[in-house]
Design a protein around this ligand. Structure first.
Ligand code: FPP
Length: 243
């Protein structure tokens, strides 16, 4: 199905994806886990293009969680190098496609070279407005909330904010991407039904879609299946349907 189809008015503005199953995909083929990550990185390019074509505006991808540091050192180092490699090879395409690129997560804890490249690409793409790509690296949803609490506590301590002013609307201003809408749809590949500490605050009313397909095998047809399902859902945001 192409853009401009019957459900185009129900396309999510913000799509979030938990890209799971790289390791299992590789194992099935008798390959090292890192090979799954290599193919997984290629997938990002392909899926971002399809999202742009379909009118999605924001794509947030879970690439490395706070908990992923517990993996074998070789795999962690491979992923860190892959992130650097992604930034080197994609920056021109991101500019060409007017993509605003951001890394969300505790960037300060990442290796120096990677941090430097992240900053360079974020600075370079910061005025792009056609599409927003957020890559979650060293990310944790609980950590994001704690980071917001720390900033707000400091403001309270310095008497710059009264605790009476703190409500949901105020709080969201201190999250990593305060200017972007929350995800409308969250896709998880690899078949597990959990959120794994991803965007905990932002997914309060997000629709979920899980597929058994491993991330390296995820294709346009699977995304379309998710979008068709999303278009049929009735989102009430906690309210009831009008009589
Ligand atoms: C989950 O699969 C995937 C990850 C932890 C890493 C995600 C990384 C990529 C898609 C590629 C690199 C990305 C960039 C931007 C360069 P898993 O390893 O947990 O798979 P498993 O559940 O089958 O073990």
């Amino acid at each position: 199905m192409n853009e401009g189809t019957v459900f185009s008015e129900k396309i999510p503005t913000h799509l979030a994806i938990i890209m799971d199953g790289n390791g299992r995909w590789a194992k099935q083929r008798g390959l090292p886990r890192t090979e799954g990550h290599r193919v997984g990185m290629e997938k990002i390019r392909e899926i971002m293009d399809i999202c742009q074509k379909k009118g999605i505006k924001v794509l947030t991808l879970y690439a490395f969680s706070k908990q992923n540091w517990n993996r074998p050192k070789r795999e962690v180092n491979f992923l860190m190098k892959k992130f650097e490699n992604y930034l080197d090879t994609e920056v021109d395409t991101l500019m060409e496609k007017r993509v605003n690129f951001r890394v969300i997560g505790r960037v300060k804890e990442l290796p120096f070279n990677l941090r430097k490249k992240i900053k360079k690409v974020m600075d370079k793409t910061k005025n792009n407005r056609d599409f927003f790509l957020n890559l979650a690296i060293n990310y944790g949803g609980q950590e994001e909330i704690v980071d917001a609490v720390k900033i707000i506590s400091r403001l309270v301590k310095e008497s710059k904010v009264s605790p009476r002013k703190i409500d949901v609307e105020f709080f969201k201003r201190y999250l990593y991407t305060p200017d972007l809408p929350y995800p409308d749809l969250l896709i998880r590949t690899g078949g597990e039904f959990r959120v794994s500490n991803f965007l905990l605050w932002q997914i309060a009313y997000t629709e979920f879609w899980v597929t058994k397909v491993f991330w390296p095998d995820f294709k346009e047809e699977h995304l379309e299946e998710a979008l068709i399902d999303f278009a049929k859902r009735e989102r009430r945001f906690g309210a009831i349907k009008e009589e």
